[in-house]
Write a protein that binds this ligand. Structure first.
Ligand code: NAD
Length: 541
């Protein structure tokens, strides 16, 4: 920027539309859904701004209707991945030098396109591809994605404004350079907003990107690329390769120019990628930045002073919205004996009223889980609970994959706080509850802290301020996002920066400036106005 200190629009969270009967947005999204459902698309690879058709294709089907094909996508071979890398490196020459306000304008435009002309499309695609209800699609694909794009522009200017002190003799300046080389975004199926944000925020900071979306999110990834294209992201800045994750990743991580990994997905995969980066470390031209947000075993703890209706609502929304497939979904709960009868009765009443089916029927609160692998895994845990003396299924427990991968909201009650489903991430609509004696509150907090490897989200429900404080302190390392009297899901960009520690990730807080700091490499420039001409200091006499 040479000719002005430009202010960016003040970022505000995008209002969540209601989709109530009779609203225009409801009509628009259903129309978009129907038209997508009744046609077939072909999704190419995106390399250097070109649509590449490899000829090797996979089909796409909605998880709630797995025999219905809505299109195909082309998969990459090694040469495509190498092309994506070399084209990104070429694009870097101009993109990294483009003034920041030009990059900002592209992503602000992308936000506005999603808020307006693309809103129904990106929501409908997310409903269809990832089986989200319209509300879950709206808070993800529309609102959270728009918020990421707008807030990141503001965060970028705050970072750029962070400058060192100077004196009259020397002016100190910091330039926030993009990373040298290219970056790699690997994204999960469960959030369209995360899929779009991971490559976009690195590109916003001047980096060039190879992006590998999840096989289960290709349909909405295509809409993201349509938006980026219309917003004016230049050719080669964000390149998309679909297909074999192992081959794609091996090719990317073998390049000496690889300079950063922005990953969201499961813990095991992230650790494998980290290990692989370690084995290549002598080949890289720079130390790669590694950011990964991974799994969780998120908890709700109720104190005896809690309001049982609020606890039950926190469990239902926290555990079952989007079929429990949020990294932040509540999947273990600790309820005091004295509160259990009330919590249980509200919980069972709520679960009884939950409707499951296609997201096209807007009266459904839940739809299908993402794919057969996930369905089979969750069903296996449910069956195991049916046959284990430590466990009792008190709600749900049925599943059916005839048409879609539907699993009932399931509550397992256990007498063993170390029971498998208290510790392992299932990523489905299953919560396990342990009842503790009221007087064991302090011990229970220790149990919560020690039970799982993860530390992503957690919640305490309490009307007793001392008890709330006790939990806040005892669970200081048990969650990166900690909630008091609220469900542990639903972080909002700019309000609750998101990320966890321990096995849950590097905690680089998506939705804050902290994440963007990882994608720049500062250059310090000191300029001395009158340079010395004698090497001798006064003390030398
Ligand atoms: P996943 O780990 O199966 O896949 C994530 C990405 O990694 C996909 O693009 C996938 O193709 C790729 N991948 C899979 N195996 C790979 C391999 N061997 N080498 C290279 N890449 C590979 O995760 P998912 O099922 O898409 O998403 C669910 C997981 O993501 C859950 O564990 C959830 O907790 C986590 N998640 C975390 C956050 C967070 O912010 N902490 C947010 C969303 C999801």
């Amino acid at each position: 920027m040479g000719k002005g200190f430009f202010n960016v629009p003040v970022a505000k969270n995008e209002p969540v539309l209601s989709y109530a009967p009779g609203t225009q947005e409801r009509e628009n999204v259903l129309q978009a859904y129907k038209s997508m459902y009744n046609s077939k698309i072909e999704v190419p690879l995106y390399i250097n701004g070109k649509h590449i058709k490899s000829g090797e294709t996979q089909t796409m089907s909605p998880p709630h209707d797995h025999q219905h094909i809505v299109g195909t996508y082309h998969t990459a071979n090694k040469t495509h991945v190498e092309q994506a890398i070399s084209t990104a490196l070429d694009a870097r020459k101009t993109w990294a030098n483009l003034p920041w306000e030009q990059r900002a304008a592209i992503f602000l435009r992308a936000a506005e396109l999603i808020a307006g002309p693309y809103r129904a499309k990106i929501n409908a695609a997310t409903m269809m591809a990832q089986s989200k209800t319209v509300h879950q699609a709206e808070i993800d694909a529309a609102c959270e994605f728009i918020d990421f794009l707008r807030f990141n522009v503001q965060f970028m200017t705050e970072i750029y404004a962070d400058q060192p002190k100077s004196t009259s003799a020397a002016w100190n300046r910091i330039e926030y350079r993009p990373l040298e080389g290219f970056t790699y975004a690997v994204t999960p199926f469960n959030f369209t907003a995360i899929a779009g944000n991971l490559p976009a925020c690195m590109a916003l900071m001047g980096n060039v990107v190879v992006w590998k979306p999840s096989d289960s999110q290709v349909y909405s990834a295509k809409i993201i690329m349509d938006v980026f294209n219309e917003a004016g992201v230049p050719p080669g800045v964000i390149n998309v390769v679909f297909g074999d994750p192992v081959m794609i990743t091996n090719t990317v991580l073998s390049s000496p120019d690889f300079s950063g990994l922005h990953f969201t997905g499961s813990t095991f995969v992230f650790k494998e990628l980290w290990k692989q980066i370690g084995t290549h470390i002598h080949n890289y031209k720079t130390y790669p930045r590694i950011v990964g947000e991974t799994g969780g075993k998120d908890f709700i703890v109720a104190h005896q002073s809690a309001n049982p209706k609020q606890v039950a609502t926190g469990i239902v929304r926290g555990a079952f919205e989007f079929q429990g497939q949020k990294c932040s979904a509540a999947s273990r709960a600790y309820i005091p004996e004295s509160l259990w009868a009330d919590v249980k009765s509200y919980l069972l009443e709520d679960i009884d009223s939950i409707k499951i089916g296609s997201p096209e029927d807007l009266s459904n609160f839940m739809t299908a889980v993402i794919h057969e692998g996930s369905f089979d895994k969750i069903a296996k845990y449910i069956d195991a609970a049916k046959n284990n003396a430590d466990a009792e299924i008190i709600a749900g427990g049925s599943y059916d994959k005839t048409k879609g991968y539907f699993i009932e909201p399931t509550v397992i009650l256990t007498t063993n706080p170390q029971y498998e489903t208290m510790c392992t991430e299932l990523f489905g609509p299953v919560i396990t509850i342990y009842i503790y004696k009221d007087e064991d509150y302090a011990k229970t907090l220790q149990l919560v802290d020690k039970t799982s490897d993860y530390a992503l989200t957690g919640a305490i429900f309490s009307t007793d301020r001392y008890a709330a404080n006790q939990a806040t302190e005892a669970l200081v390392n048990a969650a990166g996002n900690f909630y008091i009297n609220d469900k542990p899901t639903g972080a909002v960009v700019g309000q609750q920066p998101f990320g966890g520690a321990r096995a849950s990730g590097t905690n680089d807080k998506a939705g804050s400036a902290q994440n963007l700091w990882r994608w720049v490499s500062p250059r310090m420039i000191k300029e001395t106005f009158v340079s010395p001409t004698d090497y001798k200091y006064p003390f030398l006499g």
